[in-house]
Ligand binder design. Structure first.
Ligand code: AQP
Length: 334
């Protein structure tokens, strides 16, 4: 049976990349009838320092973003990762299955640790191992993520295959498929078409935050980087115009059209004509989500109910799997 699983880190403000690459995609999958398990990745969040006074609120905020984007807790299971103990338990076993050489190749660790590798947490290094546990606990068949997570998904498949092989349990963990072809699998920075839009970019102008108001969104799009040309013709190669390609992709994803349709509509026009239309579109897509997030955050009782119920439903699936793993590994069982 189909089972979709994904998560978003509880590490602060969400942006348009998270919305188009993750939230909007999850909603589409739910609406196709796929059972979705969506968690708030608080265990992952603390791989870099999180102020304990803020972490709970950030967790609720991600839950609010799930709900505000159209995820329905009657259909999808929405829960905090740390509330289901099995995630941490299986991650430990997988730490002993994964090889150092595999993790040494992970580019996200290299990017996030930068020049300060010695001072990075050990958790940041083993982050993809925890991610493998998140996915395999639910024996997920599909994992929708942005393209930035593709390498981690391959590692998950390697861990599943090695576990099945080492312990002689063929097919115990199915090999999950990455789903990276969403409305916009890789939204780029508004300031640099070669960098992904990211919450850790020091420039706030580089991204549209889910909490930005209409003026902020319009301003950021107006000032977004383009080039000396005009809007391209259909079929024109955009490899050396990454910023223009990015804006067209965003427009297409927000309006549920193909990039060719958007290109045809604006071909030959100046950016002065295109940018205000993109700004209007972004504002009208984001405003209802932002408003609903604000409503949910004003009284957190509803969010807390959803998270508690989700944690119970998730544990009902995950706990028996981790129990089986303990037996397979040979741990003493009562
Ligand atoms: N620019 C993006 N385009 C498309 N999808 C994206 N995602 C992130 N950035 C883009 C997807 O959003 C989901 C949640 O990601 P996360 O919780 O792992 O956050 P992240 O990847 O850490 O987000 P950032 O902004 O990229 O944070 P930093 O700057 O810390 O690296 C995932 O499905 C991700 O693919």
């Amino acid at each position: 049976p189909r089972r979709v699983l994904s998560g978003i880190q509880a590490s602060g403000a969400l942006h348009l990349g998270n919305y188009l690459g993750a939230l909007k995609r999850f909603t589409q999958l739910q609406d196709q009838g796929a059972p979705c398990f969506l968690f708030v990745a608080d265990l992952h969040a603390i791989t870099v320092w999180q102020d304990p006074a803020l972490l709970t609120a950030q967790t609720r905020e991600i839950a609010a973003a799930y709900l505000a984007s159209g995820l329905d807790p009657a259909k999808s299971v929405i829960f905090p990762q740390s509330a289901v103990r099995a995630h941490a338990e299986l991650a430990w076993v997988f730490n002993c299955v994964a090889r150092l050489g595999w993790l040494d190749r992970m580019t996200q660790f290299k990017e996030k640790s930068g020049k300060h590798k010695e001072r990075s947490s050990v958790g940041l290094y083993t982050y993809p191992v925890l991610q493998a546990a998140d996915i395999l606990l639910y024996k997920a068949t599909e994992v929708p993520t942005g393209e930035d997570q593709k390498q981690h998904l391959e590692l998950t498949r390697d861990i599943a295959a090695k576990f099945n092989n080492d312990f002689g349990v063929p097919d115990f963990f199915p090999l999950p498929e990455p789903l990276t072809q969403g409305p916009a699998p890789r939204v780029m920075s508004l300031r640099d078409g070669s960098a992904k839009m990211s919450k850790s970019d020091p420039s706030d102008q580089s991204r549209i935050n889910l909490t930005d108001d209409a003026d902020a969104i319009a301003g950021k799009i107006r000032k977004s980087k383009t080039d000396m040309g005009v809007m391209p013709e259909v079929g024109e190669a955009l490899d050396d115009r990454p910023e223009v390609r990015n804006l067209i992709s965003i427009y297409a994803a927000l309006s549920d059209q193909s990039k060719d349709a958007v290109t045809a509509e604006f071909a030959g026009q100046g950016f002065g004509a295109f940018k205000p239309r993109l700004a209007d579109l972004a504002v009208s897509a984001m405003a209802p989500i932002t408003a609903e997030m604000r409503r949910l955050m004003a009284d957190t009782a509803e969010i807390d109910r959803v998270l508690k119920d989700g944690a119970e439903r998730a544990a009902a699936i995950a706990d028996p799997v981790v129990d089986e793993v303990k037996t397979i590994v040979g741990f003493w069982r009562a």
